[in-house]
Design a protein around this ligand. Structure first.
Ligand SMILES: [Zn+2]
Ligand SMILES: [Zn+2]
Length: 116
């Protein structure tokens, strides 16, 4: 089975609704408020899930990280914060440091590949 969740169409995440949508259309969208924010890829593709659909995601799909939905989740310009397990706005200095830290492993991996 395909281990990666279908990302589907771009949704407006500001409502923080569960983005589980089996048919990927408005009529199949889960109507529940999301309780979890899921980071699907390191390119920051992300989605929202209610408790039952978070359970489905944990069972069926690989994802990078997840945290419980907070006030900044889904807001434009927010940054995914791994260690604090939440989304933060990048205007905060602590968020900027974390965002830089996120970029370093990928750059290091590319350098390693070039040297071998
Ligand atoms: Zn749901
Ligand atoms: Zn979040």
């Amino acid at each position: 089975m395909q281990p990666f969740a279908p990302l589907g169409r771009n949704l407006d995440h500001r409502g923080q609704k569960c983005s589980y949508s089996p048919g990927d259309t408005d009529t199949t969208d889960c109507p529940a408020d999301a309780t979890w924010h899921i980071l699907w890829t390191t390119e920051l593709d992300n989605g929202f899930a209610c408790d039952p659909h978070m359970a489905v995601a944990r069972e069926r799909f690989v994802f990078v990280d997840s945290h419980q939905v907070g006030p900044d989740c889904g807001m434009p310009g927010r940054v995914w914060h791994y260690t604090q397990k939440r989304c933060l706005h990048p205007d905060e200095p602590s968020t900027r440091r974390a965002a830089v830290a996120l970029l370093e492993p990928a750059a290091g991996a590319r350098q390693d590949g070039a040297q071998q």
